[in-house]
Structure formats: C-alpha cells, structure tokens
Design a protein around this ligand. Structure first.
Ligand SMILES: Nc1nc2c(ncn2[C@@H]2O[C@H](COP(=O)(O)OP(=O)(O)OP(=O)(O)O)[C@@H](O)[C@H]2O)c(=O)[nH]1
Ligand SMILES: [Mg+2]
Ligand SMILES: [Zn+2]
Length: 329
C-alpha cells in the first residue's frame, strides 16, 4: 500500500490556471507525532495534524483517534503532497480510559468500533482477570460488545482454564479459546466480517500474533519470547488494519485501564449478570460493600454470584476510590 499519493491534483483549470483542492473522506488508521494516516479506498494519505485537530477539548488530550472518519483535502502541487484535515465526522462509539499520565483527561483508544476483543494468555490468566473485569466494565459502559479471548491454549490444558473464566461464561460473555502459535483459532475468524473491532489486553498476551494468524500477510510486529513478561511493549501505537473481512485496531498492551468519569456506585451497573441481585438492594446507589440489605452480598453468600469475581469488584472499587482521591474528587 502506498504511503502517499503521487499526485492528488485535479488538472489545472484551463482558463485561470488554478488548482482545485481534491476533497476525500477516509478513516484514521494511525496517529504518530503531528501526523494522521488516513485510508481512503485502497490508499493511505499522510495528513498533518494542525489547528483545531491538534488540541483537544479541555478534558481530552487529542481530538483525533484511530478509527475516526474524517474529510480531508489534497492541495499541494508537488509530488509528495500531504493531506489537510478538514472535518472530523461524528463518532458512533468510542473506547476510552483515563489518560495514564494525565488522568483527568480522557484518552480515546479507538472510535467507531462495535467489538471489544479482550485478549488474555492462558499461562498468566489468573493475574489478568482484574484487567478483564475493567475492560468488561468499559465495554458495557461504552456500548461495545465484548468477546473474551483466551490465547496460548497450547500452554495449558482446557480443564485448568475453564474454571477461571466460568463466571464470565455464566454471565453471558462470549469466550473463544485459541492459540496463535498452533493456528487453532476456533470460531474467532468468523466474528469480524463487516465489523470494526479493537484488540485490547495486557502486554505479551499475543494480540498482534493473533491478528497475524487471523489475517496471513498482515506482518504486525510481535514480541520476542524471552522478553515477554518483562513489561516490554512491542506494539507502541494503535493501528487499524483490514482483517478477516472487517477492520481491527491493534493496541499497545494496557497496564492500567483507569475509568474516566465513572462514579463508584455506577461501576456495578456494568455487571449485567448482577442486575437481578442489584434490584434487591435497599439503596439505589448501593456499592455492595458495607450497605445493609444488599442483594449483591446476599447473592455472593448464596453462591449465585461468583465470590472471586465479587472480590475483584471490591478491588476495582478500592482502586478507583484511590485514583479519585489522588485527583481530589
Ligand atoms: N505459546 C504461545 N505463544 C504465543 C502465542 N501467541 C503469541 N505468543 C508469543 O507471545 C509473545 C508476545 O506476542 P505479541 O503478539 O507480541 O503480544 P502482544 O499482546 O501484541 O504484546 P504488546 O504489543 O506488547 O501489547 C510472542 O513471543 C509470541 O510468539 C500462543 O498462542 N502460544
Ligand atoms: Mg502487540
Ligand atoms: Zn448492594
């Protein structure tokens, strides 16, 4: 695929000799420094990010995200013409979190997506469940459909994996067991046709490897085996690529996925399988911790709600409270 168009010019007007800028629309596939790469048809155009597209709203680092639909013009009369962004079209959905370095601000990891593919590695699954819970809360609160993918199933028997994720299966989450290594991709490849998805999860679980397996020839960079688990991030920038009949955003591993603008008592609203229990709570702002007459705690006691998942919920509540205290909320 060409990085730049050789010439995006409409022939000069014969009468006055001026060039009309050519207007195109496309999708942001990568953002880097002060440039956005925009795909329109089969071609990628490099557009300088200037003016209103550089500075986000007060609570946002950047107004642009991978997956954004934009209109742009090509108006240079040289061969290496750069596009100029003209308009950011309205988003249908977004996946966002609190910016890791500037937590008061929102960071959009992907725009106009339907599926959030939460990737984990079978070998380190127990340590990754807190991230899974945070990503599920984000998916449900942001209107995305989650798919939980357990990769690296070649490293661990299914009988050890299933009990760890049974609470999600019982809660109605779609789960796919795969191995990028052996090419056993189950039903996953059929899930992307005509959809836009984002792959998210801890570093080193095999997000890029899986995408390479799902779309041979993609050639995304993957980590070296001996460096995995050292917190090394192989993918450093989100990018959108065509994959298995749809579009997928590969993201860098998330170490922390902080919520943005979420009240403590709202967190449990995004445990859809707890809804019936929640309706039994005396207070409608119940956080299911210390409050009396709590349907969720009763559910844990009766065994209807998985205790390990509830304990992780308490951890998420505590972590979120700490994050908010630091910010002075
Ligand atoms: N055994 C085994 N190893 C795998 C599998 N999938 C990926 N790996 C290995 O896991 C390591 C990390 O893979 P990546 O695809 O770079 O992981 P990632 O999730 O994209 O990591 P970041 O880009 O850092 O977020 C590489 O050494 C892969 O070869 C698998 O199914 N089984
Ligand atoms: Mg990667
Ligand atoms: Zn309660």
């Amino acid at each position: 695929m060409r990085q730049k168009i050789a010439s995006g010019l409409v022939p000069p007007d014969e009468v006055c000799g001026t060039y009309e800028p050519m207007e195109l629309s496309g999708t942001v596939v990568r953002l880097h420094g002060h440039h956005a790469w925009v795909r329109s048809g089969e071609t990628e155009y490099m557009c300088a990010v200037r003016g209103k597209f550089k500075q986000g709203k007060r609570k946002e680092r950047s107004p642009l995200a991978v997956g954004d639909r934009v209109r742009f013009t090509l108006n240079n009369d040289t061969d290496d013409s750069e596009g100029v962004l003209q308009e950011l079209l309205e988003r249908t959905t977004e996946l966002y979190r609190a910016h890791p370095r500037f937590p008061r601000q929102r960071q959009v990891l992907g725009a106009n997506i339907e599926l959030l593919v939460i990737v984990t590695g079978a070998d380190m699954l127990s340590e990754q469940l807190l991230t899974v819970d945070r990503l599920l809360i984000s998916a449900y609160s942001q209107g995305l459909t989650p798919i939980l993918v357990v990769n690296k199933t070649d490293l661990r028997p299914r009988s050890e994996i299933e009990p760890l994720v049974r609470c999600y299966a019982d809660g109605g989450v779609e789960i796919e067991y795969v191995s990028a290594e052996t090419g056993d991709l189950g039903a996953l490849s059929a899930r992307f046709k005509d959809h836009t998805a984002v792959f998210a999860g801890p570093s080193g679980v095999g997000k890029s490897s899986l995408m390479n397996a799902l779309e041979p020839g993609l050639g995304l960079r993957v980590g070296e085996v001996d460096k995995v688990g050292e917190g090394k991030h192989t993918t450093t920038h989100a990018s959108l690529v065509p994959m298995a009949g749809g579009l997928v955003i590969d993201t860098p591993g998330v170490r922390d996925f902080g919520f943005w603008n979420l009240e403590l008592h709202e967190i449990s609203l995004y445990y859809p399988d707890w809804q019936q229990a929640r309706e039994q709570c005396k207070f409608n702002t119940c956080t299911h911790r210390h409050e009396p007459s709590c349907g969720v705690k009763a559910g844990v006691e009766s065994g209807d709600i998985d205790n390990a998942r509830y304990q992780r919920y308490l951890t998420i509540l505590r972590e979120t409270w700490n994050e908010q205290q630091k910010l002075g909320y």
